[in-house]
Design a protein around this ligand. Structure first.
Ligand SMILES: Nc1nc2c(c(=O)[nH]1)N[C@H]1C(S)=C(S)[C@@H](COP(=O)(O)OP(=O)(O)OC[C@H]3O[C@@H](n4cnc5c(=O)[nH]c(N)nc54)[C@H](O)[C@@H]3O)O[C@H]1N2
Ligand SMILES: Nc1nc2c(c(=O)[nH]1)N[C@H]1C(S)=C(S)[C@@H](COP(=O)(O)OP(=O)(O)OC[C@H]3O[C@@H](n4cnc5c(=O)[nH]c(N)nc54)[C@H](O)[C@@H]3O)O[C@H]1N2
Ligand code: SF4
Ligand SMILES: [Mo]
Length: 698
């Protein structure tokens, strides 16, 4: 069956599926050519905004590296190998054999899947892939969550009883927004979808809202804020502990909080050492700035606070997230107007379900790394290479990911991926990972399929959804991800599509209908609302009523209190800082760049041409000290590897820090990180923010 394609020439109303913001777009097409992508000013959330990535969707769609057909690797004489094209049917036949035999010999856990950014925006594909894995009975699921932000679901589960609780900025009613380690002006939000960030922040401030940004870099967002806390990296938990400590000095507040939470006294004891002079010493912030921040909270009462990769990838990720939630709860800001709300989703309707609170205990971890926890139904990515090396994992499907650049320890990860019996990569372009694949599946890209935001509507600033038809017909050599897994599943005797639907009966829209029929509205109404359907703004109270164990927040879950006990020693000892006795010691911190999305769109600068490899951002004083200047080459090394990078002298950067985005094959920060050391014991998160490195002129 073919997709329903609305027009062959003219404008199609759609939405961008590059990042969480999911901006409304108008795509001008002529036959199968994308002529232009522009913002949809009737879209209720993005209001005409797009960024360069969205506007480059046409270039991406027609890019020479787009995959037009499937490939398989064949052994050549003399041990070498090469690839050859393979048709869809032969591909499915060959993989049916391989997967079937491997499961028969080694069990279902010998087959695994890495599902990442590119799959999050393909609703039908993602659902089919996940169902395929669970139907064959495999526990070998890996997603980008455990290399991005596992502290968030962990803290949600331990404090609120469900890992799916994602706090959302109540941008209409809040009057104070605190951002820790997030740069929405460039990223459009971490787990909050903030389209048109500059305008959104300006409007917030114009109606009296105050924005505070904690970041060692004077970011684009800091420049649009009221107060920038240029703190030392890795020290956010100290600031938060201080705020909590001071607020809990008020006896009335303690009485009020005690009545609706458990564990308050443990919190009071844990934050006791974090007085203003101590925290000023740890963070490098003035005591007067800490006092100013407290005064802002005093005035606003409730507050909204968000974290990003700066804290979620750090060694103190869980403690920071925990104290952030404590701050929300003790100011009665969680699930309350003017604070943070929890989006129940237009499609998911979490506010209509019944919940039994989780005890937060992890499941047994992967066999080769039993010390790592399995949480949220997946193994941590830190275990992937071990599982392959140990022979536990023999076939890996990669769905919308580029693990060669995204996972730590590039050399080891590459060797592990190459040693698999089969590495099956479903992507839209050639990447460092398709280059290693035994089988490459050319999948349909976002403009070639009808879609809905499925996993992502809970990140939106409103209860909303949107539908897009396919903008153009899929290229003839491309297969949709859902059809690939549905057919492979059918050949292996497992049902992948919902309600027992057979692959030959299904199409994009029939599958989306199945989801929409369980939404707040009807399939017809959602399709008819061409610019997206907004049901309401922030909604409050359902988490207290339905999700919280006994209607109460667990303020002091034992694993978090224990971990903070250790982190506290690290903070008090100043151990998150670069070695003061070594002039070449720096800390590496993560960042995003506007024109790329992780490793995506690197070779698609709008309009035309290839983007330059990003430089390593360093403060001018540091460069002067090391005798290096803008454009020089430096060697950045860690305990695990080294890379060369070009220096980019930056007035934004805090001294002692080096900022570099990930996702590049050259200047690849993943060569500096490790899956075996510095891995968080509660989540398996790899240390990617605040990594100690040395910098030397090349
Ligand atoms: N343009 C663009 N947008 C993207 C992406 C992209 O690649 N490009 N990627 C998407 C993805 S996958 C994600 S996860 C999100 C990430 O979204 P964000 O987290 O909002 O984006 P980052 O730019 O990574 O912001 C991290 C910030 O933390 C700061 N930082 C580093 N260390 C510390 C610290 O110890 N403390 C504090 N307070 N700050 C610190 C950095 O200087 C940086 O400004 O962005 C998404 N959006
Ligand atoms: N050192 C270090 N490592 C990091 C980070 C860091 O800051 N520092 N950031 C981490 C974070 S936050 C994340 S989210 C991960 C990102 O990890 P990944 O998600 O693995 O990385 P991406 O580069 O976004 O890969 C997405 C892939 O999806 C493909 N794709 C695009 N559209 C489609 C589609 O429609 N269908 C399919 N099948 N594929 C599609 C793209 O071509 C691309 O190859 O990296 C993490 N790794
Ligand atoms: S911010 Fe850019 S990449 Fe993200 S959805 Fe909007 S246009 Fe697409
Ligand atoms: Mo991410």
């Amino acid at each position: 069956m073919r997709h329903h394609v609305g027009v062959t020439t003219g404008d199609v109303v759609s939405f961008c599926r590059v990042c969480n913001a999911m901006c409304g777009i108008i795509v001008s097409v002529s036959e199968d050519r994308i002529l232009q992508v522009r913002g949809d000013d009737q879209h209720p959330l993005s209001r005409g905004y797009t960024c360069p990535k969205g506007r480059a969707l046409g270039e991406f769609h027609h890019h020479p590296a787009r995959l037009d057909g499937h490939r398989r690797r064949i052994a050549d004489a003399g041990g070498a190998s090469s690839t050859e094209p393979v048709g869809g049917e032969d591909l499915i036949d060959e993989l049916t054999d391989l997967v079937g035999t491997t499961i028969a010999r080694h069990g279902p856990d010998s087959v695994g899947m890495y599902l990442a950014s590119g799959s999050a925006f393909d609703t039908n594909g993602r659902r089919a892939a996940e169902r395929f894995l669970s139907r064959i009975g495999s526990r070998q699921k890996y997603t980008a969550t455990t290399i991005d932000t596992p502290c968030k679901p962990l803290v949600a589960e331990l404090m609120g009883g469900w890992s799916g609780l994602t706090p959302i900025w109540d941008h209409e009613q809040s009057s104070l927004l605190l951002l820790f380690g997030s740069n929405p002006v460039v990223s459009h939000g971490h787990s909050n979808a903030i389209a048109d960030p500059v305008r959104r922040l300006r409007e917030f401030r114009e109606r009296g809202g105050c924005v505070v940004v904690a970041d060692p870099r004077r970011t684009e967002t800091a420049a649009a804020s009221d107060l920038h806390l240029q703190l030392r990296p890795g020290t956010d938990a100290a600031v938060l502990a201080h705020l909590v400590r001071e607020l809990l000095e008020e006896p009335q507040r303690c009485d009020e909080v005690r009545a609706r939470t458990d564990g308050l006294d443990q919190v009071i004891a844990a934050v006791a050492p974090f007085t203003a002079p101590v925290v000023a010493g740890i963070t490098g912030l003035d005591q007067s700035v800490l006092a100013e921040l407290l005064a802002l909270i005093g005035r606003s009462g409730r507050l909204s606070a968000l974290t990003g990769t700066g804290t979620s990838m750090s060694g103190l990720a869980n403690s920071t997230e925990w104290l952030l939630w404590v701050l929300h709860i003790i100011t009665d800001s969680s699930d309350r107007p003017g604070g943070m709300w929890f989006n129940p989703g237009h499609l998911m309707q979490f506010d209509t379900r019944s919940w039994s609170p989780s005890d937060g205990l992890p499941e047994p971890g992967p066999r080769s790394r039993p010390e790592l926890p399995r949480r949220f139904g997946e193994h941590p990515c830190a275990a992937l290479a071990d599982e392959i090396e140990a022979g536990e994992l023999r076939i890996l499907f990669v769905v919308g990911g580029n693990p060669v650049t995204a996972l730590p320890d590039t050399v080891r990860t590459t060797a592990a991926l190459m040693s698999l019996d089969a590495l099956v990569v479903l992507d839209v372009v050639d990447t460092e990972t398709t280059a290693l694949a035994s089988h490459v599946v050319a999948t349909t890209g976002q403009l070639e399929r009808a879609d809905l935001p499925w996993l992502l509507d809970v990140y939106q600033l409103a209860v909303a959804t949107q539908y897009t038809p396919a903008v153009v017909e899929p290229g003839p050599g491309r297969l949709s991800t859902w059809r690939f897994f549905a057919e492979l599943g059918a050949a292996l005797g497992v049902d992948v599509l919902p309600r027992g639907m057979r692959p030959d009966e299904a199409d994009d829209d029939a599958l989306l209908d199945e989801i929409l029929s369980r939404s707040r509205s009807t399939p017809a109404a959602v399709r008819a609302a061409r610019h997206g359907e907004v049901v309401s703004g922030a909604v409050h109270g359902w988490v207290h009523d339905r999700v919280l164990p006994g209607g109460r927040w667990r303020l002091a879950p034992a694993p978090l209190v224990e971990q903070f006990g250790r982190d506290q020693q690290t903070l008090l000892a100043g151990a998150t800082d670069a070695d003061p006795d070594d002039p070449h010691a720096f800390v590496l911190i993560p960042q995003r760049r506007l024109r790329t999305m992780n490793s995506q769109l690197r070779d698609v600068a709008a309009p035309g041409g290839r983007l330059e490899v990003p430089g390593a951002e360093l403060a001018g004083d540091d460069c002067a000290r090391l005798g290096i200047s803008d454009g020089d080459t430096v060697v950045i090394s860690s305990d695990h590897g080294s890379i060369t990078a070009t220096v980019q002298v930056s007035a934004r950067m805090e001294q002692g820090c080096v900022g570099l985005p990930h996702g590049w094959a050259s200047a690849d920060v993943s060569r500096l990180t490790s899956a075996s050391e510095q891995v968080d014991p509660l989540t398996g998160m790899i240390l990617q923010s605040g990594l100690p490195v040395r910098i030397e002129p090349a």
